[in-house]
Design a protein around this ligand. Sequence first.
Ligand code: ANZ
Ligand code: ZN
Length: 822
Amino acid sequence: MEYNAKTIEKQWQEYWAQNRSFEPSEDFNKEKKYILSMFPFPSGRLHMGHVRNYTLSDAFARYYRQQDFNVLHPIGFDSFGMPAENAAIKNGSHPKKWTYDNIDYMKGEFKSLGFSFSKERELATSDELYTKFEQGFIIDMYEKGLLYRKKGFLNWCPSCHTVLANEQVIEGSCWRCDTVVVKKDMNQYYFKITKYADELLEDLHKLENGWPKQVLTMQENWIGKSNGLEFQLRFDDASFAKLKKNFEGFDVFTTRPDTIYGVSYAALAPEHEIVTYMIENSLLDDETVTKIKQMKNASSIDRQKEKSGVALGLDVLHPLTNKKIPLWVANFVLMDYGSGAVMAVPAHDERDFDFAKKYDLPINAVIKPFNGELESDKAYTEVGELFNSEMFDGLNSKEAQIKIIEHFQEKKIGKKTTNYRLKDWGVSRQRYWGAPIPFVHCDNCGIVMEKKENLPIALPEDIEITGEGNPLEKHPSWKHCKCPKCDGDAIRETDTMDTFVESSWYFLRFCASPKNWQDEAFSKEQIKYWMHRKGHEGVDHYIGGIEHAILHLLYARFFTKVFRDLGYLEFDEPFEKLLTQGMVLKDGAKMSKSKGNTVDPDAIIEKYGADTARLFILFAAPPTQELEWNDSAVEGAYKFIKRFYDRSSHVNKISAIPYIEHSTLSKEEKFARKKVYEALVRAQDVYSEKYTFNTMIAGVMEAMNALNLQANRDIWSEGYWILTSIMEPVIPHVCWEISHNFFSLKNLTPQSVLEEVFVEDTIMLGVSINGKSRCEIEVTPDASKESILEAAKEKAQKWLEGKTLVKEILVPKKLVNLVVKD
Ligand code: ANZ
Ligand code: ZN
C-alpha cells in the first residue's frame, strides 16, 4: 500500500462529515475548551496566512478532543464590507452573490484542509438573522446612552467614499486602499467606548498571563491615559477687547505642570473655535487665513512631520506670574485631544522646541538634571530639579507636579484631569454592503428607534452600485417608511454599520444552541458553559493575526463589557489566551498579491495533500514567528508523511499497547522507546503554554529514526500507537488512516508517560588528569566508588605511565580527577 494523500484525505473528510465528528456535545458536565480562530473575510480564496491560522486552531481543537474535552471549534465569515461592493463595481456582480459564492468556495477549502470546525454553528455576518440580532443590540445600546449621533470632523476616504474610524486611518491613509484621508464635517453615530476607557485599561491586568506583552502594550498606548492639570489661559485686556469680549480665555491640558514657569507661548489647533471665530469675523489678514487653511487641509501625517504655525496677534496671561504670553496657531496641536490648545514649554518639550526654533520664540529652562548640566541646543524632556520657578524652586519634578496642581486647585484656577487618547467609535458608513443602522428620521419625532418586532431592517437587493455615493440613499423606495412612534411618513437611516461591529460579538453568537439557532442570538446557559467556568473567563484559546491587536480586540472587549452591563453576560473579558501568529513570507517578504509572491493553498493540496501543508506550516517555525515559505521543506514534509505511512506496515494489529518488559530489551530497543516517550512528553506542554510545535514534531522525527534501527514489532506497535496520537492534531488524515488500519482508531486517546523508559542503564563520567579532560568511562548508576576509580585508572593508563598517583577524586555522576606528579 503506497501512500496516496488524495484518496486517504477524501475518505476521512467524508467520514468526519457523515459522523458529525466535530460537533460539540451539549453535555455541560464535561470539561470544555472553546478554541477560536479569527474568522475570515470571504475574499474569494484562502491565503497561506489563513491556512496557518486555522491549522493552529485545528491542532488545538484536535488535541483537546483527544484529551476528552468537549471542544467548541466554530467558524464563520466576516462577510459584510467594501470589497464586495468593489467587486460589484468592477465585474458587475451583486455584492450578495459575490459574497456567498466566495463563502461556498472557501467552505470547500476548509473541508479539503481537514479543519475540524463545527458545521452546525457556521454563520456569515451578512445573514439576515445575524443582522436582526445585531440591530436588537444596537437598540439596547442606544437606550443605555451608549450610542449617540453628533456632528463632527470625520476622516473621509475620497476613494472609498466613506467615513473611517480613527483606528482605520494608518499614517494618514485609508487602511484598506491607502488613499490619503481628508477631513469632512458630517453627522454620524458613535459608540461611547470612552465610557469604558478606564476599565478597558485596568482589565488588561487580567490578561497578563494569557496575552502577548506586545498586544497589551499596544492596547494600553491606544487607550493612552494621561494624568495632568487643566487650567484656563486668560486673555489680556487688549486681546479680550479685540475678540469683542466673546472669549475670556481657553483651556489647556498639560501632563507637565512642573514646567509651568517655562511657558513661553501658547498655541491653538487650527480648528479651534477661537480661530474659527477670528476668521469668520475678519479679524485676521488674508495671508494668515491662507496659512491656517493650509494647516487644516494637510493630512494628519504631514501635520506630524514639519511644524508650521502663525501668530494671532493676541496675548494670554501666565496663570501664576501674570506675564504676557503670545498666542499662536500651530499645526501640531490636535483638535481632538485634550482641549485642542497647549501651553508651550520649548525648553522641555521637543515639539514646542522645534516650533520655537523655527519662529524664534523664547526658550526658558526651568528643570535641570539632578546632577549634571543642561544642554542648550535641545529640549530637556526628563524629570529633574526645578529652578526659576519661584516658591517651587529646588523641588523635584514629581513633587512639583503634585504641589503645583494643589496650588492651582486651592486658588481655584485649574484642576487635576485625566485625558485619554481613545476616542468614541464612529460607526456610520455610507455604504451598501453593511448592516443598516436601525433608526428612522421623523419630522415630528426626530430620531426614532425601529421597533424590535420589525427587525431585521434588511438590505434591498435591487440596487445599483456605481462607486459614487451611498446606494441606499439613491434607492427609489427603501428609505421611505413609517415612523415607529407617530406612524407619519419618515425616512430610514441610510448609513450602515462599520463591519467591526459584527466581529465584536461573533464569538458570543457561536454560543447559541443549534436547536435554538433561529430564536436566540446566544444562550445564557451556553455562554456560561463555554465562556465562564471555574475561575476562567472567555474563549480558552483565541488565535489570529497581530494586525488585529488594537481595533478588533479592543472593540470585542468593549462589547463584552457592554453586554455584561446589559445583563447578557457575567464576565468582563472575552479571550483568556491569545496567540498571535507571525506572518507568512516568501523570499523574505510578506506574501501578497501585489508582490506576486503568493503560494496558492489549493495548488499545494493538489500536489501533496493537506497533511503536507499542515505539517510544513507547524514544523517550519514556532507559531508566533514569521514563517518563510520553502518549497524543499514542503517536499521534505511530504516525504516524512510518506515514510511515516509506508513504515506503518511493520505495526501489528493491536487493540491495546502490548506489555513490554523494559529491563530485558537491547540498548537500541531501549533507546527507541525512550525517544518515543520523549516525543510524548514534548507534546504535552505544547498546547498549554509553549506552542513549540516544531520541537514536538522534531521529537517525533527522531523517534521514527530510532524505531527504524531495530526490528522488535512490539516496540514498533507501541511507538506507532503513541506517535500517531501525537501527530493526529497535525496530520489528521494519515493518522486516522493508520489508526483505522491497526488500532481501530483507539490510539487517538491520551497516553501516560512511562517513567521506566527514562531510567538510564549507564552514565558517562569524564576522566581528567591534573584537571585536564582526557577520556570517558561508562558506569552503572549504582557502581561503587572503588570500581569507578578502578575503571578510570584502567582507561587512563597511558597518561599515568611513569607518573606517581597522588590523589584520586570522584565527583559523583560527573567526573573523576586523577592528580599525578613526575
Ligand atoms: C506642557 C508641556 C511641557 C507638555 C513639557 C509636555 C512636556 P500626553 O502625554 O500624550 O497626554 N498637548 C496637550 N493637548 C494637546 C493637543 N491637543 N495637541 C497636541 N499636543 C497636546 O500629552 C500631553 C501633552 O501634550 C501636554 O503636556 C501638552 O504639552 C501636549 F515639558 O504641556 B504638555
Ligand atoms: Zn414620528
